[in-house]
Design a protein around this ligand. Structure first.
Ligand SMILES: [Zn+2]
Length: 422
């Protein structure tokens, strides 16, 4: 995998990622978005041909669909770089949670209990949640899906089904995620290998190879071995701090360089990074190794220093994490809200700080997933959301309703609901 989107680049200088199976852009359609304010700037008319922004004059005799935007602000659709659609109880009756006494293993136990209790299949719950994401203005997600003997490949098949149903509206990258550990849950390695062989996953996941699985080399051998053999990306959960986090992080960087996988490897959460004694130096190492990071903005102590990392060339994405699952009653798959939370807990105050909170979810996520930037430049995908507002910083604070969401120039959601395009 060599997809590396450059900040400020256009669609033309971005290689498509093999792990980003977007639907084909509709051919032959021309749409004019009348009276729209890209990024809150002055109103213009935007012309979209075959799903991408164009500056060309209208082709004579070619019909144009006109969407009157009435001065709404257009913003790039957002990328949820870390979400767990298989675990969600979204749309189900309220779930009451029990205290957890033994860390990740305890949460994972409650995941299994909830999975067995919910009568609605994964495919339906994942579809509900991803439909909600689309209606909130999300163009792409990286879905971490549990792979463990307790579930077999049920989660992957369910999320795969939801992905197919929503292929016109959102890109879904699927991660096979060994939530229960590889050493700790015998049979998981074989399931991941089956999933990779059968084309059910785009990315191989991992989890705390030292603190939780206590088998660093074995887990990383499996993860990078499958990625190399099947041309997949890598995205590992790393909650451990101190040496238990930094040692595997540096091992992941070394393996990424050795395999030439720069740009295809992500570490999620990476709580050891903000806790590191020299974050600048670590950022430079990550940038050099081409290892990206995601944060879900969990709290002020463990959120990644997003601006500092991005300024030093590290690709960083923002994500929802679990949404109304056994881990947390919170979450809503709304990435504008997640950008707001990032601003709130990093005490963003200046306009450019608020703008950066939005951009990590838009550009940062697109770079991480290897997608072309939806930045309104000629040739860029016409994927954006439309809101009432004054300017981008105010939108990040006020969270206006998403009036319309466009995908490849077509309206796929309106006023919070998917549009039926059949
Ligand atoms: Zn996660």
């Amino acid at each position: 995998m060599s997809a590396r989107a450059r900040a400020g680049g256009t669609a033309a200088d971005v290689e498509p990622s093999p792990a980003a199976p977007g639907p084909p852009r509709p051919a032959g359609g021309t749409t004019v978005l009348r009276d729209v304010r890209p990024m809150g700037r002055a109103a213009v008319d935007l012309r979209v041909v075959d799903g991408v922004i164009t500056t060309g004059a209208p082709a004579p005799g070619r019909p144009e669909e006109v969407v009157d935007c009435a001065g709404l602000i257009a913003l790039p659709s957002l990328v949820d770089a870390h979400i767990h659609p298989d675990k969600t109880s979204w749309g189900e009756p309220w779930v009451s949670r029990r205290p957890v006494g033994n860390g990740i293993a305890g949460y994972a136990e409650q995941d299994v209990e909830l999975y067995r209790r919910l009568e609605t299949p994964v495919a339906e719950r994942a579809h509900r949640l991803l439909a909600r994401a689309v209606a909130s203005g999300t163009r792409a997600v990286r879905a971490h899906v549990d792979v463990a003997p307790a579930y077999g490949l049920d989660g992957l098949q369910g999320v795969g089904d939801a992905r197919r149903r929503l292929a016109h509206a959102v890109d879904v990258q699927v991660v096979g995620f060994p939530q229960h550990g590889v050493r700790r849950a015998p049979g998981t390695a074989e399931l991941l290998a089956d999933a990779a062989r059968d084309g059910l996953i785009d990315v191989v996941g991992g989890i705390d190879p030292v603190g939780f699985d206590d088998a660093m080399d074995d887990q990383l051998d499996l993860v990078f071995g499958l990625a190399e053999a099947h041309g997949l990306g890598v995205d590992l959960h790393l909650h451990d701090v101190g040496d238990a986090g930094l040692i595997p992080l540096r091992e992941i960087m070394a393996r990424t360089r050795a395999l030439g996988m720069q740009g295809a490897v992500t570490v999620s959460h990476a709580f050891c990074v903000p806790a590191a004694p020299d974050t600048d130096r670590l950022a430079d190492e990550l940038a050099e190794a081409g290892v990206g990071l995601t944060t879900v903005a969990p709290d002020p102590a463990r959120v990644l220093p997003v601006r500092q990392l991005r300024q030093r060339g590290v690709r960083v994405g923002l994500g929802s994490d679990g949404v109304r699952d056994s881990w947390s009653p919170f979450g809503n798959a709304d990435m504008l809200h997640r950008a707001h939370l990032l601003g709130l807990l990093t005490r963003a105050r200046l306009d450019d700080e608020l703008t950066d909170c939005f951009l990590v979810a838009a550009e940062g996520g697109a770079e991480l997933l290897g997608l072309p930037l939806a930045d309104f430049s000629p040739g860029s995908p016409a994927d954006f959301l439309l809101v009432d507002g004054e300017c981008l910083p105010q939108v990040v604070v006020d969270l206006p309703a998403r009036r319309m969401v466009l995908r490849a120039g077509r309206v796929v959601a309106r006023d919070g609901e998917l549009v039926d395009l059949r």
